[in-house]
Write a protein that binds this ligand. Sequence first.
Ligand SMILES: Nc1ncnc2c1ncn2[C@@H]1O[C@H](COP(=O)(O)OP(=O)(O)OP(=O)(O)O)[C@@H](O)[C@H]1O
Length: 502
Amino acid sequence: MSREFHAGGAASFGMLHSPMHGVSVMKAVLSRWLELDLTQVGSVIAIAGVLPSAWRFVHHVWREATSWIRRFFVASVTIPGRDPLNRNVADWVLANVIELRSLRFLTARTQAGRESDRAALLKKTRRAVQYHPHWGTIWFWHEGHLFFVSRAADDFNASMSDPAYDGVGGEELTVICLGRSVEPIKQFIQTAREFAERQTQYFVIIYARDRYGVSWQPKSRKPIRLLETVHFDEQVKQELLTDIRNYLDPKTAQLYQRRSMPYRRGYLFHGPPGTGKSSLSTALAGEFGLDLYEVNIPTVASDADLEQMFQEIPPQCIVLLEDIDAVWTGRDIERSEYSSGSAVSGCTLSGLLNVLDGVGSQEGRIVIMTTNRPEYLDGALVRPGRVDMKIFLGNISQKSSGEMFVRMFAPEVRIDQVAISESGAWPDMDRIRQLAAEFAAKIPEDTFTPSQLQGFFQLHLEDAEEAAASIDAWVDRHLSKKHERDFELVNGDKASQASHDS
Ligand SMILES: Nc1ncnc2c1ncn2[C@@H]1O[C@H](COP(=O)(O)OP(=O)(O)OP(=O)(O)O)[C@@H](O)[C@H]1O
């Protein structure tokens, strides 16, 4: 049975075979059921058909217009990714434009960590996720001029894959300003520099060689650590500070020059592990507003690379050579005797001595070497002129233990902390000082390293009273462990001596 199709006046199925009638049927269906006019639908389809070519046309016009504007109406300055200025400008944009606009475009990456972080490698601990603002081109007004800063996206991907990258700077930046003069851009860059200098007062920027070993990259930006928080002999600390202050005084540079003396200064920080050698280096960088350049000797491939590294270090900064004993030992000590676990470097001791004495070293740099075993160091490395002052950082004194207690529990430290002490109100400063004195009296003089004590505090951060009450047990436990270790060491030595004699 044929189905009847009722649409306006068209009733017969056969009629649909006629094109004219087909159109009328469609028209009737559209207007009756969808309340649409066929002519309107046709116009929409026609417009949709020309849209892609219209879009291409607009795009082309836009490209032409922007390149025309660029040629005749804007000035620009490009800053290479690896230049320190790049970070200055990126920091300024982050703080003065992006943060104010609360942009919600971020990049996420797993927080960079040390490759030697075994727990993380074994996935026992998860590294935190770092979020950084993601921006390509950003505009802003500055001193009455319209600026655009654009960031090279290709470089950005390269930076992100670098574990040392901390999310700021590193990609080529182009600063564009509306107008035909580059002067406003130069002034803007100067502003960014001054801003960076002010920031540096709050942060220490630590530079390290990138993973390919070809250039210096900002590795991290650490909040300034106050010198008061590094505990060691107060008199030695003051002597060290005076020495550096004198050295950095511009008059000293002239005096050195007039007397044809190389303007450089070297320090050796020595002492057992965990006594604050690295902490002191960072604190000094913060105190004197200097950047810190870490030279990891074991990873340097050759003397030529070492020379290149030192050539690229700017004049006024701290160069940190950590654990220098792990690389070369004294000339009079058999290498085999000390080689276990020591890193082997591609560069030689004479290569290092050359760069320490080289031209770049005479431009106001401070070289700090750290070691746990100063007795193993080659005499040439630590002779006066290369090492001008040796600072011993040892186990903590009773006095410093008390100061550390106060620093950990002083009421102002509590202000930013969210957790509230279980015991209710936080003790006032008088009570903290009293507890600190009781605490210090229980710490045996010159027995524990500051980092051991810091480990204790980390377990009791929420309660000063509890910390003071628990120290006895902690000291007993650690003393008995220490005695066991000493006993094993002495007997181990005797045993090995006996086997050697036999
Ligand atoms: N003298 C100190 N005063 C305050 N804190 C200290 C001191 N020494 C160590 N610490 C703390 O112990 C931890 C380890 O310190 P640091 O890395 O500076 O020691 P180090 O002597 O360089 O150790 P290593 O020889 O193993 O490199 C840091 O968190 C630091 O805060």
